[in-house]
Design a protein around this ligand. Structure first.
Ligand code: TXA
Ligand code: MG
Length: 547
């Protein structure tokens, strides 16, 4: 088949794509999530061609794309209030809503179900093509069934040239993972597939939203999939992929050893985070910062294509956080891995941090009471064992011999000089952090030697010190600004102005939130203990402390 290459920036090409679609042809189109393979959703013959081109099982239904909210009205039995709210908040955008279908939708499109998935994409080219076609477009991701979804035009060309009527170039996809799929057709709103719109965002609009168990786990044997797509192997690169659940340090130790061994030397790769790269001695491909789920989402599929192009045979991917869009990244990776996950270390180190006045110490106490080893890194910072002869000598070179005139460190004088200006403070940190880290590591070793399986590092400067690199999970405690202010004034006996000043020199709340596996808000009246209990249980389960 001759496949036309069209460009989304040219009006003529959009018209052409519309015409092909109106006449029952197939066109690959860009959307903000991934490229889709489109056909007229109301034409069963056209829709069948999609299944043939992709090698897709016939019972896996397609998403129907519209350019305007009003265009869903004839496609569904009725538009419930919840759907209106969702559309108002997230359309056009990466959200697909499942509703009972109307007669207009042929069974080929809905995979024989009584429901239909509808979505209004945000990509201007996608919307222009739908308008030009004058019909709603059924469009699954434009990959051959089971493979990673294309997010770049080059990948679409590679997969579909010769198989479809035309390919429309719209550049790289912004979101990088497919839309969130939510069903409003079966009781409480439930997420069937996580994507560009996060569970947190959906809850702000709908209140309670469930997450289908198949999002995180493989479908249990014998259970009927709510979303047929969940039962098939998915997103898989050619290489064998294993997901590694570990801190950056544990991850790199593990993969350096696995891929560095003789059998691993041939075409074994780490699919890692930016933060892992200084620790890796083997070939790697970074797909973004450990703390930037949106970046990971955007780069995930193109990274898998890249690894395929390199002929890689074995991939060890670093497990992403499940917060926000991270849930979608995790969901795709775990399927790409065929649910193969390893935890190289049973022991679990969790970083405990947050803005001052949030109640970190209270949380630390609760963790300790629950049986975790808690290491107070701030206290270690002040402990004499950190200030070895080498450390003191380095500090003297930076801040003057007299800070330890008689061999004993004058901490007050050191503080006076080191906190005089930001540069000096930075210098102090550069010198002291490695010594503090050694002390923390020793404390961890001692804790694990007593048989503890989970240790928390209580560290206000978890990220600046680099201690986050030792943590497989990060727990952040926050509280409303006004409450934190009040607590600090009371605790340190300082006026509000001074407390405000102190806060303004610290990281804002989002800084912590964006790096957390869990955020616990410790507002007055909240049941901190109950919230922590759930997290503790999860940690203990994962570390094998309770089975
Ligand atoms: O971002 C996206 O949604 C992309 C772009 C092209 O819009 N499309 C996409 O389509 O990811 P596809 O076919 O690759 O994934 C659709 C998923 C499948 O898992 C399918 O089983 C599920 O949505 N689905 C579709 N209709 C459904 C229905 N009526 N009930 C339950 N699940 C449905
Ligand atoms: Mg797909």
């Amino acid at each position: 088949m001759n496949t036309f290459l069209l460009n989304g920036q040219h009006t003529n090409d959009i018209e052409r794509a519309g015409e092909i679609l109106r006449h029952g042809g197939l066109v690959a189109i860009p959307t903000e999530t991934v490229y889709g393979l489109a056909a007229n959703a109301l034409d069963s013959t056209a829709v069948k061609k999609i299944f043939a081109a992709k090698g897709r099982p016939a019972d896996n239904p397609l998403i129907v794309h519209v350019a305007e909210f009003s265009q869903i009205v004839p496609l569904v039995q009725e538009v419930p209030e919840a759907a209106k709210k969702l559309a108002e908040a997230f359309w056009p955008g990466p959200l697909t809503i499942i509703l009972p279908k109307s007669e207009l939708i042929p069974p080929e499109t809905s995979g024989g179900l009584f429901t239909v998935a509808v979505r209004c994409p945000a990509h201007p080219v996608a919307r222009a093509v739908i308008q030009a076609a004058g019909v709603p477009l059924a469009a699954p991701s434009a990959n051959p069934s089971g493979r990673p979804s294309p997010t770049a035009f080059a990948h679409v060309k590679q997969d579909l040239t010769g198989k479809v009527d035309a390919l429309l170039d719209g550049g790289d996809c912004r979101v990088g993972v497919e839309s969130t799929v939510i069903t409003l057709a079966a009781g409480k709103p439930r997420i069937l597939r996580p994507g560009g719109v996060t569970p947190e965002e959906l809850r702000t609009v709908l209140g309670e939203v469930e997450i289908d168990s198949a999002v995180l786990k493989s479908l249990e044997q014998g259970r009927v999939a709510s979303s047929p797509g969940m039962k098939y192997k998915h997103y898989a690169p050619k290489a064998d992929l294993t997901l590694v659940d570990a801190s950056p340090e544990e991850y790199s130790n593990y993969v350096n050893q696995k891929c560095g061994s003789e059998s691993g030397l041939k075409s074994c790769y780490a699919l890692c985070f930016e933060e892992d790269t200084p620790l890796l001695t083997i070939p790697y491909l970074s797909f973004g910062s450990r703390y930037d789920s949106a970046e990971q989402a955007q780069r995930l599929f193109s990274s898998l294509y890249r690894l395929d192009a390199l002929g890689v045979k074995k991939i060890y991917a670093h497990m992403p956080r499940k917060q926000g869009v991270g849930l979608a990244v995790y969901n795709r990776l775990i399927r790409a891995a065929g649910f193969s996950v390893v935890r190289p270390q049973k022991k679990m180190i969790v970083g405990l941090t947050g803005p001052s006045g949030a109640g970190k110490s209270t949380a630390a106490k609760l963790l300790e009471e629950a049986g975790l080893a808690v290491i107070d890194c701030d206290k270690l910072t002040r402990s004499p064992e950190v200030y070895t002869a080498d450390c003191v000598a380095e500090l003297q070179r930076a801040f003057g011999q007299d800070i330890a005139a008689d061999g004993v460190l004058d901490r007050r004088l050191l503080a006076e000089r080191a906190f005089a200006d930001p540069d000096s403070k930075k210098r102090l940190e550069e010198i002291a952090f490695p010594y503090i880290l050694t002390a923390v590591r020793q404390a961890l070793e001692n804790a694990f030697a007593t048989g503890k399986q989970v240790a928390a590092l209580d560290a206000p400067t978890l990220f600046e010190s680099g201690l986050d690199s030792a943590c497989a999970r990060i727990l952040v405690i926050t509280a409303p600004f006004e409450e934190r202010l009040e607590r600090i004034c009371k605790r340190d006996g300082i006026p509000e102005k001074a407390a405000r000043q102190r806060f303004s020199a610290q990281h804002p709340e989002e800084f912590f939130g964006n790096r957390a596996d869990w955020v616990v808000e410790n507002r007055t009246g909240a049941d901190l203990e109950a919230e922590l209990a759930l997290i503790i249980r999860e940690l203990q389960e994962e570390s094998g402390e309770i089975l």
